[in-house]
Design a protein around this ligand. Structure first.
Ligand SMILES: *[C@@H]1O[C@H](CO)[C@@H](O)[C@H](O)[C@H]1NC(C)=O
Ligand SMILES: *[C@@H]1O[C@H](CO)[C@@H](O)[C@H](O)[C@H]1NC(C)=O
Ligand SMILES: *[C@@H]1O[C@H](CO)[C@@H](O)[C@H](O)[C@H]1NC(C)=O
Ligand SMILES: *[C@@H]1O[C@H](CO)[C@@H](O)[C@H](O)[C@H]1NC(C)=O
Length: 192
């Protein structure tokens, strides 16, 4: 996989709650642990991935795929549930590996659009916003989806937070020349 474009990050953040039903499904599934399955490919080597035992459909990851590109192929699941089904890809989606399958459906899942929220959406961590910038602090409880042309200044202002706090919560972002990645969620609030 490749990283997507770098771009200056944000604008107004509309508070959008995720559908309660989807959160409940995630909670229920969290109780059931699944075994990992071994895959070997030229690109990935030998890897052991976790997938729901009741997974009913898979997709074979291609070299340039991102979470967003895979979501866009099918338009029938959210990126949050995609990461939940495929925990090994991580919240950054950096764990996607070419020629290794990922789960794209389970019988208990019902898609509630959109696949990805509009740029500028602010969401609580409970909605598992995906993909996230790397290394976001663990007590982050509010995320904003950075869009093309968004500046860190505007993200900070629209969320009424200081740039120092923002950079502390998003340590992967260069403090000298702060840039958020288009299409990635950044941290805009932490639990007290
Ligand atoms: C592995 O799968 C088997 C059969 O589904 C299950 O009984 C067992 O609890 C699983 N083990 C783990 C560690 O999830
Ligand atoms: C999405 O569409 C693909 C292709 O039709 C299918 O295999 C998969 O089961 C679908 N997933 C969901 C969540 O509907
Ligand atoms: C912004 O934050 C400051 C300091 O935390 C607070 O006093 C003020 O009420 C906040 N303004 C808004 C609009 O939330
Ligand atoms: C951060 O930005 C400064 C100024 O552009 C640059 O010199 C430095 O190499 C950057 N650091 C990283 C880790 O990208």
């Amino acid at each position: 996989m490749q990283f997507s474009l770098l771009s200056f990050a944000v604008l107004a953040g509309a508070a959008v709650a995720s559908p309660l039903a989807a959160e409940l499904q995630i909670e229920q599934r969290a109780a059931a642990a699944d075994n990992c399955t071994q895959y070997t490919s030229v690109a990935a080597g030998s890897v052991c991935i976790h997938s729901p035992s009741d997974c009913t459909a898979t997709y074979l990851v291609q070299p340039d795929d991102t979470c967003g590109s895979i979501g866009a192929i099918y338009n029938n699941f959210t990126l949050s549930i995609f990461q939940y089904w495929n925990p090994d890809i991580g919240k950054t989606c950096f764990g996607l590996q070419a020629y290794v399958p990922v789960c794209i459906n389970t019988p208990w899942y019902t898609f509630t659009p959109p696949v990805q929220e509009p740029e500028g959406t602010v969401e609580a961590d409970t909605s598992n916003p995906i993909p996230q910038m790397p290394n976001i602090v663990s007590n982050c409880n509010n995320f904003e989806l950075a869009g093309g042309g968004y500046t860190v200044d505007t993200i900070v202002a629209s969320n009424n937070i200081s740039e120092d706090n923002f950079l502390d919560w998003n340590p992967y972002i260069n403090k000298t020349a702060p840039v958020a990645w288009e299409g990635y969620w950044v941290c805009v609030g932490v639990a007290a």
